[in-house]
Design a protein. Structure first.
Length: 235
């Protein structure tokens, strides 16, 4: 079984050590799971050679599209990918190689029944402080936003979605780390069914994570109240 068409979105910020490997992995899995596909590298204002390396591979990979924008943060990069995607299904993951893209194959059989298929990390391979922040985020989101408890892993970057249904929740207002929180809440509110599948998670071996940066956390706090206000106005 294959999807009719698939857009893979790969947000990148200073991933020069990983970008070529993730492009090759994405192209290989796309050939197995989709009749037609595109790979979107969203270069979010990288200061290293991420854009140069990715652009240099477009000759070898004709389905590869490199999009560069000024740095807007993780959510801004994901949103740019969503806006640029053109295929029937949209999948996004991080470019840091902490996931095995081959596990996308296990999602495909569920695409006939579910339009939203989300991965959750079976065992998160991050440092203690990042795991603690994730647990605190779930509590924070539950208290302030009424986030549904059945979601096992809010910000796991391994999600496959039917583009047509996903567009029904637009526009998205968040540019930071709460991007997953926003669109999951909107999907939940619309009553869509979500299939959750366990995926393996691996330690980052190259590049530097930014998710636990103080500035990123403070932006998420501000965006919580922005999101809370917007959701309250829609009741």
């Amino acid at each position: 079984m294959k999807l009719t068409s698939l857009s893979i979105i790969l947000p990148c910020y200073n991933e020069e050590e990983n970008v070529e490997k993730v492009i090759r992995a994405a192209d290989a899995v796309c050939q197995k799971v989709a009749e037609d596909y595109e790979i979107l590298i969203i270069n979010d204002g990288s200061k290293d050679r991420t854009e140069e390396i990715a652009s240099g591979l477009t000759g070898e990979f004709p389905k590869l599209v490199v999009i560069t924008q000024a740095n807007k943060g993780y959510g801004g990069a994901i949103k740019k990918g969503f806006e640029s995607a053109s295929k029937d299904w949209v999948f996004f993951t991080d470019s840091d190689l902490q996931f095995d893209l081959n596990e996308l194959e296990s999602f495909i059989p569920y695409s006939s029944e579910y339009n939203f298929i989300f991965g959750y990390r079976i065992k998160r391979a991050d440092k203690f402080h990042r795991i603690l922040i994730a647990k605190m985020l779930k509590v924070w989101n539950r208290i302030l936003l009424g986030f549904p408890l059945y979601i096992k892993d809010i910000d796991c970057a391994f999600k496959l979605m039917k583009r047509e249904d996903f567009l029904s929740i637009f526009p998205l207002v968040v540019d930071g780390g709460l991007i997953n929180t926003e669109f999951i809440l909107k999907i939940h509110r619309k009553g869509y069914k979500i299939k959750q599948i366990g995926v393996h998670h691996y330690p980052r071996v190259a590049g530097n994570p930014t998710g636990s940066n103080v500035g990123v956390i403070m932006k998420a706090v501000r965006e919580t109240f922005k999101l809370r206000k917007m959701l309250a106005s829609q009741k």
